[in-house]
Design a protein around this ligand. Structure first.
Ligand SMILES: Nc1nc2c(ncn2[C@@H]2O[C@H](COP(=O)(O)OP(=O)(O)OP(=O)(O)O)[C@@H](O)[C@H]2O)c(=O)[nH]1
Ligand SMILES: [Zn+2]
Length: 221
């Protein structure tokens, strides 16, 4: 293998690493309107319920296909559509606040992409402002946007960290997610006590001093 091959190989690897951070979407993912998606999903979900043997003329069940379809498109998978990405306005860091800002215990509801059952947990995020700050609630909104799609926890953690870096124009960000996966708790291995922790540290947070400060803040109650 000559140098050029090696370089091409690294580039391909880079591309792969970049794109593997994105939620896998079809190129024509946004050709349908929300209303069209709801209609199609409703039909498929009716089929699933019918196949399971449920009586769709029953008063309590007949609205379920539509409810599930609307919930998928408008609520729990709302973050698949980039139109729903939170608008984030950057403000000048007028106060020159340059210590750590931690937003802890952010409620996180997501869905496991392997089983389509809930992932429930908390996200803790931190950054060290450079020239810019953003509104506090935008940190929660970024977490919620990436949570509201079929996910694996590792990718969700990285997606949130990357978005924070872009929004805040700094590499000094930390994200830690602790979550319970219903697919582990209520089926399969049926383990109700284990939980999953993932973290991403970049910039100054790669240093022990900053990482430990972040960890001590999120441990305090
Ligand atoms: N790495 C990772 N794995 C996950 C996540 N959520 C669910 N999984 C795992 O995805 C795996 C899917 O594996 P399979 O063996 O195909 O699925 P399964 O037969 O239902 O597996 P069991 O859950 O062991 O019964 C399971 O081990 C899940 O626990 C996640 O966020 N990250
Ligand atoms: Zn799962």
């Amino acid at each position: 293998m000559d140098n050029q091959d090696l370089e091409n190989d690294f580039e391909a690897m880079d591309d792969h690493m970049m794109s593997s951070l994105d939620t896998p979407l079809r190129p024509d993912a946004f050709d349908l309107t929300d209303q069209e998606k709801i209609k199609i999903i409703e039909g498929h979900f009716r089929e699933i319920m019918h196949t399971l043997g449920l009586d769709l003329t029953d008063d309590s069940l007949k609205g379920t296909p539509h409810r599930v379809a609307k919930m998928y498109v408008k609520e729990i998978f709302h973050g698949l559509n980039p139109d729903n990405k939170p608008a984030i306005r950057r403000f000048e860091n007028k106060y020159n606040y340059n210590r750590m800002l931690v937003e802890r215990d952010i409620t996180l509801y997501s869905s496991c992409e392997h089983h389509f059952v809930p992932i429930i947990g908390k996200a803790h995020v931190a950054y060290i402002p450079g020239e810019h700050v953003i509104g506090l609630s935008k940190l929660n909104r970024i977490v919620q946007y990436y949570a509201r799609r079929p996910q694996v926890q590792e990718r969700m953690t990285m997606q949130i960290a990357n978005e924070l870096k872009q929004a805040l124009q700094t590499d000094d960000v930390a994200v830690l997610i602790e979550a319970d996966h219903l697919c582990v708790m209520s089926r399969g291995v049926n383990d109700v006590t284990s939980s999953t922790i993932t973290a991403e540290y970049s910039g100054l947070f790669e240093q022990d001093q900053y990482r430990n400060e972040f960890l001590s803040h999120i441990r305090k109650k």
